[in-house]
Design a protein around this ligand. Sequence first.
Ligand code: C2E
Ligand code: CA
Ligand code: CA
Ligand code: CA
Length: 275
Amino acid sequence: VKDEGRGGLRFFEASMNAQLHARRQLEQELSGAIDRDELQLFYQPIVNAKTGEIETFEALIRWRHPVRGLVSPVEFIPLAEQADLIAAIGQWVIDTACAAAATWPKPWRVSVNVSPSQFRQSDVPALAAAALARNALDANRLVIEITESVFIQDAANAVDVLSRLRRQGVHLALDDFGSGYSSLSYLQRFKFDKIKIDQSFVRRLGQSSDTLTIIHAIANLGHNLGLHVTVEGVETAEQLAILKEIGFDQMQGYLFGKPAPTLTVTDFEQARLRA
Ligand code: C2E
Ligand code: CA
Ligand code: CA
Ligand code: CA
């Protein structure tokens, strides 16, 4: 029994080492990904909830790994944060998104995700200003999406950085709203332009009738505070029909368009254009 225990422990150690090794290797590879041109932004449309017209595209990063294929940001953004690569990647994202938006046929906004550690480590207002100037893009074409976790480590600094972005004319969105546990208090810390209701709510729409009540209450709360409200993760016509009852400003989800490397007009948009 004792031997088996030791063997188990040794096996455990070996697999831990293998995992650590794999992570180090991925970190190593990620550190060269920008120079090797392996990072790419996909764009997903965000539409006006009343007219269905596209208003914004959210930039979502992908890593085209030579062996693993397309790696999800859910996998490599946390790695980038731990390996101190997030500042470089974040700067690349802002630059690339602004350069893309400057070439678009219409003045759609571009929405960029900024992770909490990037918010602390780099001067996001300076990066945004440089990217906007370089591409002759109006500041109000840029939206920065952050999650409430940005307030956890240094709330005063977060509010200061947000205020600077606001003074520049950049729009500010509170992402994944309702998924944390203290969302309400963060609405008092800074007046965002919009909140994006976390997609977990829409996913649970069919499961419980309370979900619709909660989504409705969040939308009302946002509107009563003078904020725009976006609902994320709308995948089906059934969900759309239910959500239509609630007066959202914007909607986002596979129903309107999946993230894609180039701007795409979806079936939904084509139907709207024909109507
Ligand atoms: P997020 O900001 O909440 O982005 C929305 C995620 O939901 C995206 O996943 C998008 O592809 C997905 N999505 C959109 N519509 C639907 C839908 O109808 N159904 C379902 N099931 N999913 C939908 P993605 O692209 O894998 O990104 C995941 C997360 O990674 C993002 O969540 C964001 O937190 C982070 N991320 C993405 N790009 C960047 C980036 O450039 N910088 C940073 N710091 N984080 C990023
Ligand atoms: Ca987002
Ligand atoms: Ca989100
Ligand atoms: Ca998220």
